[in-house]
Design a protein around this ligand. Sequence first.
Ligand SMILES: NC(=O)c1ccc[n+]([C@@H]2O[C@H](COP(=O)([O-])OP(=O)(O)OC[C@H]3O[C@@H](n4cnc5c(N)ncnc54)[C@H](OP(=O)(O)O)[C@@H]3O)[C@@H](O)[C@H]2O)c1
Length: 352
Amino acid sequence: MDLRDLNVLHWRGAHVAANPGPEPASGQDLWLIDTCQRRVAVLTEAGARPAARREFPAGGSIESFEGAEAYAFLLRFACGLESKLIAETEIFGQIKQAWRSFSERGSPLARRLSPWVQLLFQDVKAIRAQYLGHLGSASYGSQVRRLLGDESVGNGAVAEAGAADGAAGTAAAAAAGSNGATLLIGAGHLAQSVAPWLGGAELWLCNRTAERAWELSRELSKRAADRPVRVIEGGFEAELDAWRRARHVVVCIPSDAQRDPARVAARRAGVHAGGRVIHLGLGAAPTAPWNDLPGVVSLGSLFEMLRSHSQLRARQLQRARHACLEKAVLRSLGATASHPHSWEDLAAFQTL
Ligand SMILES: NC(=O)c1ccc[n+]([C@@H]2O[C@H](COP(=O)([O-])OP(=O)(O)OC[C@H]3O[C@@H](n4cnc5c(N)ncnc54)[C@H](OP(=O)(O)O)[C@@H]3O)[C@@H](O)[C@H]2O)c1
């Protein structure tokens, strides 16, 4: 089969999807892919399109693609680039499942499509690996984690020793602090959403109401039982001690004119090479006394990071969409081509 014969019809709309791939009601030889956001029909003869249109729900417009454009659409679809949650990975599994059940029927269309579907799956994997593998998510937690980087990974064994027993524990905990404990201040909504992103690090939880810190600690241990988490108890003095010893501090409480100067002083008095303070309770820019602390990150700076991250993400998605088209053109030049070879091939690229 030549790629020029590939035809795709696409209907977009919310509906109850048939699983895994519905049989065409008309009995026509048609590969139907059904998801809750769309229905797609794949066929190889333009003449069969009118009959295929009858397989779609009434209402909503049907897009139609041919040849390399049809292949590029299938690539975008399978890479999650057509999905509402862009770049989601579930869709590829659904398409593979729909292909499995269609190809088991062993129809003439399934045999004609088979080599192209194998190439399609290969190209989807290549595009995902090259362009979509490191998209990451854009949330407060993911940004905090990115800011702290691998430095947030502490020495768990020492932390557990610290939690286990009195005086020896205190010494061990002090050592742990210098190894990279992260202190999380607060146990409210924001702290709960950030805490799981501090994965791998030795985590110290401190909250005005200690019981809420314990609740958060229990919640975290349900997710990762072997994770070293310690609740800092003993009031404000214990909190200040933790400010001195922790490597990183992530603050998820509002600023407090009474207590913040003591926090800043404790931080300045501590030993924490390369440590950071990320204060999400501050507004756009750090105000006094926080602006006395070198390198403090406020909510404003974090928003700035989120903005540039989403621009980066948009550029990556744009590159992935472009790669879908590039692959489709290459496939239309010859099924096995994976790089442009000739001047004619290069000319074809100039139309992209
Ligand atoms: N939620 C978000 O998406 C979000 C996003 C950006 C910034 N923020 C900022 O982050 C901070 C916390 O927000 P949240 O949504 O987590 O609020 P929340 O669910 O109401 O939790 C408030 C947290 O702050 C603590 N707290 C409040 N006043 C305090 C004080 N005077 N001294 C010590 N601790 C105090 C609370 O401790 P107790 O448990 O003892 O009450 C609790 O841990 C706020 O400043 C908010 O503006 C929140």
